[in-house]
Design a protein around this ligand. Structure first.
Ligand SMILES: NC(=O)C1=CN([C@@H]2O[C@H](COP(=O)(O)OP(=O)(O)OC[C@H]3O[C@@H](n4cnc5c(N)ncnc54)[C@H](OP(=O)(O)O)[C@@H]3O)[C@@H](O)[C@H]2O)C=CC1
Ligand SMILES: Cc1cn([C@H]2C[C@H](O)[C@@H](COP(=O)(O)OP(=O)(O)O[C@H]3O[C@@H](C)C(=O)[C@@H](O)[C@H]3O)O2)c(=O)[nH]c1=O
Ligand SMILES: [Mg+2]
Length: 300
């Protein structure tokens, strides 16, 4: 089996280089690759890459993920998050390839407190969320053989994420303010990559009925917290693991969303119901703290 991985240096892309390697030959590209075009803002180049590589599976881990910046750069966000996945879907369909793609809890408006299911109607609050939703729709419209995994609050030992931001801020400031009215589940890039490999294995197995597995699934670690709960847990754990770390922040103040002003609005309810994924693929999803503690041990 031949796999084409786009966005290989992102949080999820980096972990996919590991988890996909047991499935077959992986051609892994980033935007600066010289052998093939891996730049999602170059739609012709992207189509050419798929035609040259002729993969059995395309895994797209590249995306415009700067949530606040997207508010002032909507065209670029839409090109990368919506137009490029549409091109990948058309090319995958031509080849009969499986297209694997990622989306986000930010496609929802965050109303209510019930975990969102795959049949709930998305209504994004931000440019990022809206472009990600358009990407999902472009894929569903052009390529039946797709797997879209909607995940949330992704972190990894490398790359930009909330854990690394909090560890940095806690060394700079005595007091942090963190929102305590947005609920979700921090999910490790490792988990996303491992689940992806399991799902691809099942979707490409010669067994009958695999076609029925295509579609959209919610993938997040088990349990829930708020950004404040997440920050409190990770800084407590950091102190326990490395008492000598110069963490100045002793006060982590919980604040409502209105008190922490950002360019983009974010959903209050980002809980994802993962029953469909667990049942379809026979998987268990670990509690969110398990992955966070593991990555902290790695970072520190
Ligand atoms: N991060 C999160 O919290 C969440 C992410 N997701 C989704 O999961 C997927 C993976 O995200 P994650 O790994 O966390 O994101 P990262 O931001 O860590 O990685 C995204 C990668 O995409 C690359 N990229 C951006 N623009 C282009 C472009 N024009 N051409 C080629 N590559 C490009 C980035 O490269 P560079 O660094 O050079 O810009 C980066 O390597 C995305 O679809 C994202 O929307 C879903 C929910 C939560
Ligand atoms: C840095 C910081 C953030 N916050 C808040 C702002 C926001 O509501 C929340 C998280 O902020 P961040 O900017 O780190 O995270 P954000 O970029 O919103 O993370 C999102 O990224 C995209 C790609 C996704 O798809 C989402 O699932 C989600 O992970 O925490 C504080 O309250 N205090 C702080 O000091
Ligand atoms: Mg961010």
């Amino acid at each position: 089996m031949k796999l084409l991985l786009l966005g290989r240096n992102g949080q999820v892309g980096w972990e996919l280089q590991r988890s996909l390697s047991v499935l077959g030959e992986v051609v892994a590209l980033d935007r600066g690759s010289s052998n093939h075009c891996g730049d999602l803002s170059n739609l012709e180049g992207l189509a050419r890459t798929v035609r040259e590589v002729r993969p059995d599976v395309i895994v797209n881990a590249a995306a415009y993920t700067a949530v606040d910046r997207a508010e002032s750069e909507p065209e670029l966000a839409r090109l990368v998050n919506a137009a490029a996945p549409g091109v990948l879907a058309q090319e995958a369909r031509q080849l009969g390839a499986l297209l694997v793609h990622y989306s986000t809890d930010y496609v929802f408006d965050g109303s209510g407190s019930r975990p969102w299911t795959e049949t709930d109607v998305p209504a994004p609050l931000s440019v990022y969320g809206s472009t990600k939703l358009d990407g999902e729709r472009a894929i569903a419209a052009h390529c039946e053989r797709h797997l879209i995994l909607r995940t949330s609050w992704v972190y990894a030992a490398r790359g930009g994420n909330f854990i690394r931001t909090m560890l940095r801020l806690a060394q700079e400031r005595e007091r942090l303010t963190v929102v305590d009215d947005q609920y979700g589940a921090p999910t490790s890039a490792e988990l996303v990559a491992d689940v992806t490999a399991h799902a691809i294995r099942q979707l490409t197995a010669p067994a009958a009925g695999r076609a029925g597995l295509a579609g959209i699934y919610h993938l997040a670690a088990a349990g829930e917290t708020t950004w404040h709960g997440y920050a409190s847990h990770l800084l407590g754990e950091a102190r326990r693991l490395r008492p000598e770390l110069p963490l100045k922040a002793t006060d982590i103040a919980p604040v409502p969303s209105e008190a922490f002003v950002t360019a983009a609005r974010r959903p209050r309810n980002s809980r994802l119901d993962t029953a469909k994924l667990r049942e379809a693929f026979g998987l268990a999803l670990p509690p969110w703290k398990q992955g966070v503690d593991r990555i902290l041990a790695e970072i520190l």
